[in-house]
Design a protein. Sequence first.
Length: 303
Amino acid sequence: MAFRALSVHGLHVALRDPLAQFVAVGALLVAVQRMAAAPRAAEAEDGSRRIIVDTTFTEAVVRNFERSAGHPPTDEQRARLIQDAVEEEVLFREAKAMHLDEDDPIVRRRLVQKAEFLVDDLRPIVEPSDEELAAYLTAHADTYRSPLKLAFRHVFFSTERRGSGAERDAQAAFDRLQRNREAKVEGDVFLSGMAFPERSLRDIDGLLGSGAGYALAALPPARWAGPVRSAYGYHLIWIESRREPAVPPLAQVRGQVRQALVDERRENNRSEARAALRARYVIERRDGQTPPPAAHAMNDGPR
């Protein structure tokens, strides 16, 4: 193994560097992941096309089955599992021999994902404190602010039923309600109903058509207003209540805020790791553009 070529002193010096830590510990984690993943049969030392099914191989096959099924396999299942694993090994080696893993976007993306997971393992996220969560909520208040909501009732005048007279009839009914807000006026049936509990402006758009929510938001509460044009006709509107946008308390959105903060820190860790690894390469642009400067290398310690 490559680690054997390093002296003890050289290893200690190298591992003081964050990038060396990433590479060295990464190699160790990859080895552990391989042992925990699908079993691989040993290859013959003479390079021949032999698949060696040893105790380690069969035990790994059985262990994977037990982890998935929750019980040991029967003798028949064990034989079948080993046969399937051998056949998988054959296909894997043939695919590698034919270079099917090269220039494959799916394989490429999978390898990139595994490298990102490796960074996550190397730099675990420290559980955010209540103070950090509160600060994050304050800094991202617009993301969590509840929308304006209106509760309202209406009298509807359908253009499908009344044609060009719908607006005239709506205006006449409005004039009567202005004189007496309890006056009885006859409208048309609206399929979604005549009274609505609190709805966001987007929900109101869904009920009455695009732009209706903003039209209702401009109306005064506790009085008849209109006629308001919608996709279906004209409406006389009574705003029952209006709930202004507000940032909820942390206790109400704690789970969402925590996840967002953890995701942000994880992405920062990955960005720093990418910058540290990128610094090992010379980026040669032949498209006439200047490459952006590399970011700072990874900092020590978990985030």
